[in-house]
Design a protein around this ligand. Structure first.
Ligand SMILES: *Cc1c(COP(=O)(O)O)cnc(C)c1O
Length: 378
């Protein structure tokens, strides 16, 4: 079955008693016991809630995992995964990582004896060179933020399997609709569901999908122990979003391809990063492993003065953080999302004072181009 069909089916099987097509929102903290030592399967909503479970089951099917887990945010999901490690363990991590993930690793979990090496995970040899006897995992973003570097998951998976390392892939930018990390050899996929999965800029949520049932049991133990679970209302919103993932991403990608091509030929644009462009370094690999190029574009304007002009003059495209929703958003990574990345690293990566990041929405593509065009005019 095509994944867009599978996505629409999410939750449909749930309420066999009434046949409700939309999963009910079980807004309850606790569940009555039918008898002493008996349970309906639900006791307390931190440990399990039917609405959250329905999202988790649906997501496990979409990403071909043994189980999935829903968290109160993408960061909560990533923090929960770090509980798999212990003091002294070392992780090799994507260097142009989402700023919040970098902060969590370097400013929080480093206090508990975890160490992290930042490398270009699109370069398998660089990852190999960073491994130490204490390395326990590789944490890579499938498509990075904001420069859209692409990780070779099959090659990383071979490297990790040989050394018994976990391969964790943050697949927020592509979603299972375009790429399924577990099918390509990853052990765990993690998502900020606040982005494409929920898809409407209205919910904060995180999801983890685990391939192996035994490892999933450990993740579940930590989810319940730390308790950063997603509430029933937000679980319902994420499911509602996932149902339209396919149509949204089809339209967003179509718009993104048009806009990237147009930007490339605009005299006030110095550089365009979009994996669908043939000169993008990851173009061939993305084509091999992903059903599409996604809908995120980064571009450099010719002068720093143009940054503020574009951010303030765009009318349809909102100047706001976040990405992946139906509304197009534009942001300035150096200040808005990547301020926690050390300056030297930002400079080396190309996150500079002319770089803008555009999350392309589902509006009409020519309206978006018209909006950018008038914003770029002095
Ligand atoms: C937004 C984001 C996160 C963090 O998710 P939240 O839902 O904001 O906590 C993690 N990774 C990537 C790639 C993101 O874009």
């Amino acid at each position: 079955m095509n994944i867009s069909t599978q996505a629409v089916q999410i939750g449909l099987e749930w309420d066999t008693r009434t046949g409700a097509v939309s999963v009910p929102i079980y807004q309850t903290a606790t569940f009555r016991h039918p008898g002493l030592g008996q349970s309906t399967g639900y006791d307390y909503s931190r440990s399990g809630n039917p609405t959250r479970q329905s999202l988790e089951d649906g997501m496990a099917r979409l990403d071909n995992g043994a189980r999935a887990f829903a968290y109160s945010s993408g960061m909560a999901a990533i923090a929960n995964l770090l509980l798999l490690f212990r003091s002294g363990d070392h992780l090799v991590v994507t260097e142009d990582l989402y700023g919040g993930t970098c902060r969590l690793f370097d400013k929080v979990f480093n206090q508990f004896g975890l160490t992290f090496s930042y490398v270009d995970t699109s370069d398998v040899e660089a990852v190999r060179a960073a491994l130490t006897p204490r390395t326990r995992a590789v944490f890579a973003e499938s498509l990075t933020n904001p420069l859209l570097k692409f990780a070779d998951i099959p090659a990383l998976s071979t490297l990790c399997r040989d050394r018994d390392l976990l391969l964790i892939v943050d697949n927020t930018f592509l979603t299972p609709y375009l790429l399924r990390p577990l099918d390509l050899g990853a052990d765990i996929a993690v998502y900020s569901a606040s982005k494409y999965l929920a898809g409407h800029n209205d919910t904060i949520a995180g999801l983890v999908v685990v391939k192996d049932a035994e490892l999933a049991e450990r993740v579940y133990y930590h989810q319940n122990a730390a308790g950063t679970v997603l509430g029933p209302q937000d679980s319902w919103l994420v499911m509602r979003g996932i149902k339209t993932l396919g149509v949204r991403l089809d339209r967003q990608q179509e718009n993104a391809a048009k806009i990237a091509g147009w930007l490339k030929n605009h005299p006030a644009i110095a550089k365009v990063y979009y994996p669908g462009l043939e000169d993008h370094p990851g173009h061939a690999l993305v084509k091999r492993d992903s059903r599409g190029f996604g809908a995120m574009i980064a571009f450099e304007v010719a002068t720093h003065a143009l940054v503020e002009q574009v951010l303030l003059k765009t009318r349809l495209i909102s100047f706001a953080e976040s990405l992946g929703g139906v509304e197009s958003l534009i942001t300035f990574p150096e200040v808005q999302t990547h301020a926690d990345i050390p300056l030297e690293l930002r400079a080396r990566l190309g996150i500079n004072n002319t770089l803008l990041r555009l999350s392309v929405g589902i509006e009409d593509g020519s309206d978006l181009i018209e909006d950018l065009n008038q914003a770029l005019e002095a």
